[in-house]
Design a protein around this ligand. Sequence first.
Ligand SMILES: Cc1cc2nc3c(=O)[nH]c(=O)nc-3n(C[C@H](O)[C@H](O)[C@H](O)COP(=O)(O)OP(=O)(O)OC[C@H]3O[C@@H](n4cnc5c(N)ncnc54)[C@H](O)[C@@H]3O)c2cc1C
Length: 455
Amino acid sequence: MKLNRDRRHRQPSPMDPSSAICVQAADIPTSLLREEMKGGTAEPSEHVKRNVRPTKSKDSTLEAPHRSVDGDFYNIRQFVGTADQALLGRVRAFAEKKVAPIINQCWGRAEFPFEILPEYGALGIAGAPYSGFGCSGKSALLDGLIMMELARIDCSIATFHGVHSGLAMGSIYLCGSDEQKQRWLPAMQRAEKIGAFALTEPAVGSGVARGLTTTARRRGKHWVLNGQKRWIGNATFADLTVLWARDVDDNQVKGFVVEKGAPGFAAEKMQHKMALRVVQNATITLEDCRVAEENRLANAHSFKDTAAVLRMTRAGVAWESVGCAQGAYEHALRYACQREQFDRPIARFQLVQDLLVRMLSNVTASQCMVLRLSQLQDAGLLREEHASLAKAFCTVRARETVGWARELLGGNGILLDHNVGRFVADAEAIYSYEGTREINALVVGRAITGFGAFV
Ligand SMILES: Cc1cc2nc3c(=O)[nH]c(=O)nc-3n(C[C@H](O)[C@H](O)[C@H](O)COP(=O)(O)OP(=O)(O)OC[C@H]3O[C@@H](n4cnc5c(N)ncnc54)[C@H](O)[C@@H]3O)c2cc1C
C-alpha cells in the first residue's frame, strides 16, 4: 500500500468533539467502496453518501473522505419529533461550542464555569418533563436524550443539570404545593435560581431510607434543622437546597427548601475529588438552621415521597452513563483513525476495530435499554426496579466502555487534554451515586424474587 509520507508521522491532537474525522480513501477497503457502489451505477449508496463524503486531494486516487462520528448507531433520536430533535441539536451545539472548549481546564482546577449558566437557562431544558409553572411538559424520552447529549461532552455539566433539573426541581414538582411550585419552579426553569438536593449524610449513604439522622423540630411557624449532609452537588452556590430531615415528633422524613443565606446553614466545598471535579460538592452543616413552615414541601410526608423523586432521577442517571460511554467511544474512534503506528492508522488493526465494536455494542445496547425505560416512564408504567435495572446495567457498561477507550488511546488515554481520561474518572462517580450497583441490584432482586435482601 502506497503511503502518504506526510501522514506517516502525524499525531492526533486533542480533538474538538464536533469535528468530523478525515479519513484517507486508502483507509477504507476498496472492496467495501466497490461494494457500496455496486450495480455499476455512478450513484453511491445511502451509506456512502451519509458517511463517506470525498474531499479534494492532490492525488485523486487517495481522496480523503470525511467520516462523521456518531455514537447513536441505531438512531434512537428519531423516536422524538422534529421540534424535539431541533432542541437536541441546540443542546448539542451548546455542549460542543460552550462546554467542550473550556471543560478540561475547569476539570483540572475543580471549578464550575458559571459563565455558561445564561445560555444553559436560555436552552429551556431545566425541568423539561414537568408541566406548568414555566416548564415545557416534554417527554421523559426527550429529557433522557438531553441528558445523553450533555454527558456525551461532559459528565460534570450533565450532573449539574441532573441535580438542578432532576433532583431539586423534581422534588418541588412532585412534593410541593401549587403555591410552592409557582414560587420556585419558573425561576429555576430559566436557571435564574439554581437548586441542590441534600439527602446523603457523612455516616449514611446507601442506608438513607432507614438511617437519616438530620433532625427537624417544629417551633411555631418555623422548623429547626440540625445535622450534616455530604456530597451535595451545587450546594456551595445554590440559591435553594431541597434538604431531607427526620421530624423528631413523628419520626418521618420530610423535605425542606432551605434558601441561600438561611441562618445556621453552612456549605463547605469538598476537596480532592478524582471524579466529576467540575461539580461543586459540599458538606453542609446545619446548626439550629431555621426554615419557615411555608418552605416545608407540602406533599412530602415520608421517605416514600423522597423515593418517588429518586425513581424518576435514577432513569436520568442511566441516560447520563450512556452519554458518558458514547462520548468516550466517539473520542476513541476519532483517535484510532488519526493515530498512526507501524505506518498506518491504528484503526486499520483488527484488534483495534474489535475494541471499537465492543464499545459501540455497549453504547447501542444501553441506548436501546434507556429508550425503552423512558417509553415506560412516558406511559406511566415505570416501576422502581425498571429504573434500578437500567441504572445498574448502563453504569457497568459505561465503566467498561470508558476503560476500553482509555486502552485504545495508549498513554494519551490518561492525559486530560485527550478527554477520555476525564470520562474514565467521571464514570466512577456515576457508577456509585443515586444508588450503587449493589443497591440497585438488590432493588431488582427484591422485585423478581419477592425477598428483600438489603440486610
Ligand atoms: C460525585 C458524587 C455526587 C453526589 N451528589 C449527591 C447529591 O447531590 N445529593 C445527595 O444527597 N447525595 C449525593 N451523592 C451521594 C451518593 O448518592 C452516595 O455516595 C451513594 O448513595 C452511596 O453512598 P455512600 O457513598 O455513602 O456508600 P455506602 O453506602 O457507604 O456504600 C459503600 C459500599 O457498600 C455497599 N453496600 C451498602 N449497603 C449494602 C447492602 N445492603 N448490600 C450490599 N452492599 C451494600 C455499597 O454498594 C458500596 O459498594 C453523591 C455522591 C458522589 C460520589
